[in-house]
Write a protein that binds this ligand. Structure first.
Ligand code: ASP
Length: 371
């Protein structure tokens, strides 16, 4: 159809804003090639993720270059796994789970494979995950056969009406949920075993038999992978902010070497070792769990952000440096807020840690004097 030139003028006079908007959009398109995402609404938030692989007596003098490289590689792998999820628009929950599973599968960290031993020679693992968007949470304590306890914690959240399961009941639920199970020998590492032996000797306690199916102790000089681990707190934890503005936190651990009587630490306790709320922040802790439980460390940090309107770093320092350090509550935290603040704070000589933002590269650190 042919239109009279005056008709076009009339339309311009009546709908100037329409014309302006349309031309602004088309001029933007001139500078940006069309992509598959053009139809989707622009993300409102830049994503970010922070993780820890445990805090403790981690010093340059006691770490060989080989060991240091292994740890840095392991942290890099985990943060990259989380970054990949977030970059594709995945949820903070999925990012937390992905990164924790990488560290649970890495025998260097005290979680999943590589978990420390309890005094009776078993691996008793704890884990928790919390979704800041819904305040839903799942946790497990003292589980012994699940390859990835963080996946079990998430299954508790998603498939049951409960928050926390423990011991044989949690192992039974894990089977029913179809999660991968492993024999005791899968979780065995020589250096964690040697740490147990050392600790039990110190405490004058009997040394249990080596688990069935594990190799005999290596003869001669022990390598880095076999020598006792004095870093003590190798728990892993991740906090993430996704493109939808939601935060989540997760923590997974074997607990403390030579723990007794089915002791449960802070990691699976919501508000102690793990907490997330879109109203304030997401935090994961590592350290001597008994202090983190009594000082409700992760919830307290978020309460300072929520009610005292403190900046995240100041809130984390308030609890870790001012409250815990003077009473020898050794440990640290990583934290993130829905508005993109990230923080870490620890009162030990080191903490394995890493962070990554949407527009940056992974930043990995171990010692106190690193940024
Ligand atoms: N917090 C953990 C616990 O007490 C240990 C750790 O962080 O390494 O079980």
């Amino acid at each position: 159809m042919k239109r009279h030139p005056l008709a076009a003028l009339l339309i311009c006079a009546i709908f100037p804003t329409l014309i302006m908007t349309a031309s602004a959009q088309s001029s933007e398109r001139l500078h940006r090639p069309a992509t598959a995402h053009d139809a989707a609404p622009a993300p409102l938030h830049k994503w970010a993720v922070v993780l820890h692989g445990g805090a403790g007596v981690i010093e340059r003098s006691s770490m060989s270059p080989e060991a240091e490289k292994q740890y840095r590689d392991g942290l890099n792998q985990a943060i990259t796994a989380a970054g990949d999820v977030l970059n594709k628009g995945g949820s903070a929950m999925d990012a937390v789970e992905a990164a924790i599973e990488v560290m649970e599968d890495n025998p260097l960290f005290n979680a999943g494979r590589g978990a420390v031993f309890a005094a009776n020679g078993t691996n008793q693992m704890d884990a928790a995950i919390m979704d800041g968007a819904t305040m839903r949470a799942g946790a497990v304590a003292d589980v012994q056969y699940t390859k990835n306890p963080i996946a079990l914690a998430r299954a508790v959240m998603e498939k049951t009406q409960f928050v926390m399961l423990s011991g044989t009941g949690a192992d039974e639920f894990s089977l029913q949920a179809g999660l991968q199970q492993e024999r005791r020998s899968y979780f065995f590492t020589e250096r964690r075993w040697q740490s147990l032996v050392q600790e039990l000797r110190k405490e004058n306690l009997p040394i249990p038999l080596r688990p069935v199916g594990v190799p005999p102790p290596p003869p001669g000089q022990l390598s880095f992978f076999e020598s006792p681990d004095n870093h003590k707190y190798g728990t892993v934890g991740v906090v993430a902010l996704d493109q939808h503005g939601n935060v989540a936190a997760g923590t997974s651990t074997g607990g403390l070497t030579a723990k007794r009587w089915d002791r449960i630490g802070d990691s699976p306790i919501i508000g102690a070792g793990t907490y997330a709320s879109n109203e304030s922040c997401a935090v994961s802790g590592t350290g001597i769990g008994e202090y983190f439980i009594r000082y409700t460390v992760t919830r307290t940090i978020c309460a300072l952000v929520q009610y005292r309107h403190m900046r995240l770093q100041a809130a984390a320092d308030e609890v870790i440096q001012k409250q815990l350090a003077p009473i020898h509550g050794d440990g640290g935290v990583i934290a993130i807020t829905p508005d993109g603040q990230i923080a870490w704070s620890f009162n030990t000589p080191g903490m394995f840690r890493a962070k990554l933002r949407e527009d940056g590269k992974p930043e990995i650190a171990i010692y106190h004097d690193e940024p």
